[in-house]
Design a protein around this ligand. Structure first.
Ligand SMILES: [Ca+2]
Ligand SMILES: [Ca+2]
Ligand SMILES: [Ca+2]
Length: 381
């Protein structure tokens, strides 16, 4: 039986005051047919039929208000507990509900772990083209303190029996143990230990306290979502059989025990086929993905996952400028010249070429048009 870990009694890094942005707005399902959920996900070029829902009623819902938290505004959420509990702010490190429903044999076989509280949405669909795409985010309360343990909650998006929810360019399923920035027990300076896996796809969301946020997190995400860690937006692009029935099975479950819940967020209208574009760029009502900094914290000269020659911001809008400030508001560095791949690098120096001291900095991302965004960057020398 796992119990909530103790929170550190002292916050060693001073954080700026911030006003609480709106949390995710989550609405649980009222119908057990699942049809509304499947139709929320389906976009142009896709006809959905034969929808089936398996799991606790509390485990399924829809959401809005995810733009600055998840990277897209609206969609379907499926949880290994209660979907309403994923709303922010992040007040605990151990949010979880035992729904007392079964795991799933296919997920258990896939994970190699006993599973519990399975939530499954499956349906047939007829795509108008030979390629289908959709966008999703995975998040979990198992982050950050249960990284690299057997409590590796599992999900799979089986398209005609093949899991298409993989770490890009690999055969690895997206999971707590395959996407993280190491095991972190919430003690400053919040550097993960042990194996770090595919951290470029990971967004740390703090240590689970009403007042303590990892310096690498963002106030918006922290206030908006209870889950201690999230992935960036993944876009699945897969081959399908055009104009005939294909089968989709979205499935998620707790592994090892039934607490510390995980959730997947599937973007509204993003399941598309042959309609002039794919995924995030083409989905209607979209919002830009949040800019992240990697590595963060940055430890110059140390090598490994947090070392290297500097911090890389991405995805940065073309033509944007990033200004780095101390928390006292002093301008440290102005960066411009976004690369074609949407990245912009900072070597950890100020405008005079001197190394910036250890501490927390605020990076302000100003695109040529649209909203300014902010994130924190930590340097440890
Ligand atoms: Ca659960
Ligand atoms: Ca939490
Ligand atoms: Ca769990």
């Amino acid at each position: 039986m796992r119990v909530p870990r103790c929170l550190p009694g002292l916050l060693l890094l001073a954080l700026p005051a911030w006003s609480a942005p709106a949390p995710l707005s989550v609405v649980p399902i009222t119908s057990r047919t699942g049809r509304d959920l499947a139709h929320t996900i389906a976009g142009c070029g896709v006809e959905v039929t034969d929808v089936r829902l398996i799991g606790a009623t509390a485990a399924f819902g829809t959401f809005v208000g995810g733009g600055l938290i998840l990277g897209f505004d609206a969609g379907v959420v499926m949880s290994t507990g209660a979907v309403t509990a994923v709303r922010g702010p992040n007040t605990t490190g151990s949010m979880g509900t035992n729904n007392s429903v079964a795991g799933d044999a296919a997920l258990t076989a896939y994970a190699g772990q006993p599973t519990y509280d399975a939530a499954i949405l499956e349906f047939d669909f007829v795509p108008s083209g030979t390629v289908v795409s959709f966008d999703y985010v995975f998040g979990s309360e198992e982050y950050n303190e249960w990284v690299n343990t057997t409590f590796n909650d599992v999900f799979a998006f089986w398209l005609n029996g093949v899991n298409v929810a993989l770490v890009p360019g690999t055969a690895l399923p997206v999971s707590v143990n395959n996407v993280n920035d190491g095991k972190d027990t919430g003690v400053p300076p919040y550097i993960g230990s042990g194996t770090i896996s595919n951290s470029v796809y990971y967004l740390d969301n703090g240590i689970g306290s009403a007042t303590v946020m990892d310096p690498v997190g963002t106030a918006t995400r922290f206030a908006g979502c209870q889950l201690d860690g999230l992935t960036v937006v993944f876009t699945v692009t897969a081959t399908v059989r055009a104009n005939v029935v294909n089968r989709m099975r979205f499935a998620i479950a707790d592994a090892g025990d039934s607490v510390y819940d995980s959730a997947v967020f599937i973007r509204a209208g993003s399941l598309r086929s042959a309609c002039g574009g794919t995924g995030a760029a083409a989905a209607a009502g979209g919002s830009p993905r949040p800019v992240i900094a990697v590595p963060n914290p940055f430890r110059p000269g140390t090598g490994g996952a947090f070392g290297g020659s500097g911090v890389t911001f991405r995805p940065v809008p073309a033509g944007a400028e990033i200004r780095i400030y101390t928390l006292a508001g002093t301008l440290v560095r102005a960066l411009s010249g976004v690369a074609a791949d949407g990245s912009l690098a900072w070597d950890g120096r100020n405008d005079a070429g001197k190394e910036a001291a250890s501490g927390v900095y605020e990076a302000v991302v100003k695109p040529p048009s649209g909203a300014v965004s902010r994130l924190k960057v930590v340097i440890i020398r």
